[in-house]
Design a protein around this ligand. Structure first.
Ligand SMILES: C[S@@+](CC[C@H](N)C(=O)[O-])C[C@H]1O[C@@H](n2cnc3c(N)ncnc32)[C@H](O)[C@@H]1O
Length: 298
């Protein structure tokens, strides 16, 4: 990927995010999931300052490009770091910011990440089976080739909510005894064969298993919980936390956190969804759920 790659990520529910962040000119906000920077750019244009975070090293080129495109007198309004949003507090401290006026989290993978076969996130593109957002820890290939069948099934069930998790795990274990599974296409084909005929959902049979492996390999749910706690602690009074998630496991964590926090008041009883027009234009927006909370007491 480079900043000149065509069709980068289209920001989802952009207007809604800006509105719910309740942008206050010249105040600091955090975009914890910079991606291609669509939300950050619009926030800067609205006159606020942004600290952008993304753990994917590939987003640095987009960060540099955005900085370059800003007018000289605006450059100090944009800070960026490559890092995990679970270390939000540390990033805010290192940037020398005090409490911030709002935080945006647009979870999951960007369309650039899905488009890059070599990163191994996508079942439709061939590439090595990796899926790590950072270069350490077990890769998806490690999990698939070395975990016990029962553990594999549990991961696929828990993080993919896949009803055929046991069949899939069995097929993986049988297949890997013949040959190591090293590519996304090999895994996708195994899952497709394991799936009972006629029970295909709207989406590809491998979608849920790929989601499960990605969540597991990156400990995405644990990271999200820690990030939400960090976000709560760096928000100024009346600061807004705006979170967009794309599957029910994440949405459940966000909902529960916003409801149970003693320092946050939920502003969205039900999650906000993208308009039909946006969902039509951008299929990624179809599964987006946006929740907002406000920091009450400090
Ligand atoms: C859906 S994309 C964000 C798209 C962005 N809002 C835009 O408009 O271009 C999600 C981004 O979050 C990043 N991300 C996911 N988990 C993260 C984490 N734990 N820490 C930091 N960044 C993370 C991914 O690398 C990806 O670039």
């Amino acid at each position: 990927m480079s900043p000149s790659t065509p069709a980068p990520h289209i920001p989802v529910m952009l207007e809604e995010c800006l509105e719910w962040l309740n942008l206050q000119p010249k105040q600091w906000y955090i975009d914890a999931t910079f991606g291609a920077g669509g939300h950050t750019k619009a926030m800067l244009e609205a006159g606020v300052k942004v600290l952008a975070i993304d753990q994917d090293p590939h987003t640095q080129a987009y960060m540099a490009r955005l900085k370059q495109d800003l007018a000289d007198n605006k450059r100090a309004d944009f800070l960026s770091v490559q890092g995990n949003f679970e270390d939000l507090v540390q990033h805010v401290n290192q940037a020398g910011l005090g409490a911030v006026a709002g935080i945006l989290m647009d979870l999951g993978v960007s369309s650039m990440q899905l488009d890059e076969g070599e990163r191994g996130f996508a079942f439709r593109k061939d590439g090595p089976l990796d899926m790590r957002m950072q270069a350490s820890g077990d890769s998806a290939a490690d999990v698939v080739n070395h975990y016990e069948q029962e553990d594999l099934a549990a991961i696929i069930f828990k993080y993919g909510e896949e009803r055929y998790s046991r069949r899939i795990a069995r097929a993986i274990v049988e297949e890997r005894a013949r040959e190591e599974i090293t590519t996304t296409q090999a895994l996708a084909a195994i899952i497709q064969r394991a799936y009972p005929k006629g029970s295909y959902r709207r989406d590809h049979p491998a979608r849920r298993t790929f989601q499960a492996l990605r969540i597991y390999v990156n400990d995405e749910l644990g990271v999200l919980e820690r990030a939400l706690k960090g976000a709560e602690s760096v928000l100024a009074e009346q600061g807004r936390l705006v979170v967009m998630s794309y599957h029910s496991l994440e949405d459940r964590i966000v909902k529960h956190f916003m409801r149970s926090s003693e320092f946050l008041t939920g502003l969205t009883k039900k999650p906000l969804l993208a308009s039909e027009a946006e969902a039509e234009r951008n299929p990624r927006a179809r599964s987006a759920k946006l929740r907002v909370a406000e920091r009450s007491v400090r």
